[in-house]
Ligand binder design. Structure first.
Ligand code: EPU
Length: 304
């Protein structure tokens, strides 16, 4: 049964969609719900609405989008409550992951330090199980509160969530808030671990450039690739792109980062089309060279 929304939500026309790429089109309609009731009103207004977290793993096509774009960064939807003695963190979908990482390290709660250097909202991070070589957010998720596309509230316990590599199975839901359970640890130890991870990333990633982090998922090899890996092994897409000779390659306003092959960087006057053409070109080069078909990790919004 759809839950009737009692609240109206202001909708703005023709709005910029802020993303880390800093390219792409606009939203015909955008809303910034103040709380969970207004979020439900958004879903009622447009059941196909698109949720904008931090825009850190998002590429919007130059034509923009017609669906209602919903921002989750209002204070009531991005609040964080930390009960350190209990090891419990309750975070709104719009809370920023890097801030939460720092806060948990400071309070001696372990797990999130492994996600240092990943820009994301908590909702976005859980939806795509953000993470990398050091850990993934699934490791600490206890419970997720969401609404479905009829606006009905849904709660998923950890054992009901089908987390996998860069996926959660929660993609059809709209995450409202998340509960995390974190074990205690010495803050000094956590701080050193976080620093190590940040140092690794500042050496191996173009931090600070206009990019959406890793663009392609790390593929699992179906056959041995010399110098790369064995069948069944998940290997770095960046390494494959690098070995295919694509680092530093540019198409108009988009460039494969010379630092890390899986990071594409957009130049100030760049367009989403440049990034998309470069993605296709790189995908082809890796396919021709190694027989591995890379799949995008970045979420792409296109006008339908
Ligand atoms: N490598 C190259 N050339 C490249 C890129 C990588 O030779 O251009 C080599 C590296 O030297 C290293 C190996 O490939 O030996 C793995 O590289 P890296 O440690 O950078 O990790 P990755 O497998 O490319 C990345 C990200 C993930 C991201 C996934 C894709 C880390 C540290 N980095 O891994 O996360 O999600 O690929 O799913 O895990 C992040 O955590 O900030 C991040 C972007």
């Amino acid at each position: 049964m759809p839950v009737a929304a009692r609240t109206a939500v202001p909708v703005l026309r023709d709005q910029e969609i802020p993303t880390w790429f800093k390219v792409g089109g606009r939203a015909d309609r955008m809303a910034r719900p103040a709380d969970a009731d207004e979020l439900r009103a958004c879903v009622e207004l447009d059941p196909d609405c698109l949720i904008l977290g931090d825009g850190a793993n998002l590429l919007v096509d130059d034509e923009g989008v017609g669906e209602l774009v919903v921002r989750t960064d209002a204070p009531a939807l991005s609040a964080v409550r930390i009960d350190a003695p209990a090891g419990l963190v309750v975070a709104g979908a719009g809370a920023k992951l890097p801030r939460l990482v720092n806060e948990c390290v400071r309070r001696g709660l372990a797990g999130l330090e492994n996600l240092g250097g990943i820009p994301a909202s908590i909702g976005g991070a859980v939806r795509m199980n953000a993470g990398g070589a050091f850990g993934q957010i699934a490791d600490v998720v206890e419970r997720v509160h969401a609404v479905d596309r009829s606006g009905a509230p849904v709660t998923r316990e950890r054992d009901q969530i089908d987390f996998g590599y860069r996926r959660s199975g929660l993609e059809a839901l709209i995450i409202v808030g998340v509960e995390l359970r974190l074990p205690h640890a010495e803050p000094g130890v956590l701080r050193r671990r976080l620093l190590e991870i940040m140092e690794y990333k500042s050496r191996s990633q173009p931090l600070g450039a206009s990019s959406a982090g890793c663009l392609f998922k790390n593929p699992t090899l179906t056959r041995a690739v010399e110098g790369i890996g064995m069948p069944g092994q998940r290997v770095s897409a960046g390494l494959l792109i690098d070995r295919a000779g694509c680092k530093g390659l540019a198409i108009d306003g988009a460039e494969v980062s010379p630092v890390h092959g899986n990071f594409f960087v957009s130049k100030p006057a760049g367009r989403a089309a440049d990034v998309l053409r470069l993605m296709e070109h790189v995908r082809r080069r890796v396919l021709d060279r190694f027989g591995v078909d890379l799949e995008p990790e970045v979420v792409i919004w296109r006008r339908r």
